[in-house]
Design a binder for this molecule. Sequence first.
Ligand SMILES: Nc1ncnc2c1ncn2[C@@H]1O[C@H](COP(=O)(O)OP(=O)(O)OP(=O)(O)O)[C@@H](O)[C@H]1O
Ligand SMILES: [Mg+2]
Length: 331
Amino acid sequence: MSASIEVRGLSRTFHTTVRRPGFTGTLRSLVNPERVAKHAVSDITFDVSPGELLALLGPNGAGKSTTIKMLTGILTPTSGEARVASVVPYQERERNARNIGAVFGQRSQLWWDLPVRESFSILRDIYEVPKAEHATRLKEFDDLLDLSSFWDTRVRHLSLGQRVRCDLAAALLHDPPVVFLDEPTIGMDVVVKEQVREFLRYQVEERGRTVLLTTHDMTEVERLAERVVLINHGRLVLDGSLDEIRRTFGSTWQIRATFADAHTEVAGLPGIAVLRQDGPQVVFGPEGPDAPSVHQALKTVIERYEVTGVAIDEADLEDVMRAAYVQAGAA
Ligand SMILES: Nc1ncnc2c1ncn2[C@@H]1O[C@H](COP(=O)(O)OP(=O)(O)OP(=O)(O)O)[C@@H](O)[C@H]1O
Ligand SMILES: [Mg+2]
């Protein structure tokens, strides 16, 4: 089966006019506006397979939302192309809309002045979902997201976490195979976040939906995504598994070993340095560009020396991503 989302050399440049400072500057800007080009997305290529959840990561302004807007048909690319469930989204917006669900955590797609229940009825009419099917799905969403306590509340009166949960349910009411989520758990408390993650896992694993998600929450990435695409300054920096990202940017680990014999002569091993030794306590760390992963290193250390205890300190994903963003920015 071909990919659910295909992105080929996708680029989007925004042209904005800059205002010169001061009164004469303003006049000059009016007569002769200075145009600057912002390459928000530059030549990005990746695929998402059916039933896969991919996290699109990158620092603020990297081009994540711009990419999602092209894939949902809101924006037209400057060059390159994209297909979502075989449809070119910006050429056939309506057809694309039937295949996708989209949530922009920062902005609700629901009708501000209507109670949640009515918003959902309108969506049912728009997407022509049969009544019984609609009711079954609402029940399922309610079970997973606990929506019924605010069914009759106007959207404008919902708290942020309640509103985004309603947006999630609304985006899936017409049972789309592909789902785009731009910061879906923004501003949620830890309990609700976990509930939403469970919901997303269910949608991917049980319902086979394809999900493209952006988030700044690394715990979320660890819980949900096997694969990530990292972009920075509009360019794709890395497309791979979390393990690959760790290997590329997160070679910081330490193994603290307790030796059976305090007088053992300890030497470094290939790619593994001895950082400290204090009697039977020895601390190993990675050395050089070919340093092994922490798990391989642990195996090597245990095979080579007789140890009675080990503790591992591994850089957490936040540290790894910080290193990735810094390195990518410098590239
Ligand atoms: N309509 C627009 N006109 C001009 N510039 C824009 C427009 N939309 C986005 N940009 C610029 O394009 C770049 C990418 O923005 P985008 O919203 O895609 O970033 P992002 O990765 O989603 O960031 P964040 O993590 O902050 O949400 C930014 O520099 C932004 O200022
Ligand atoms: Mg964004």
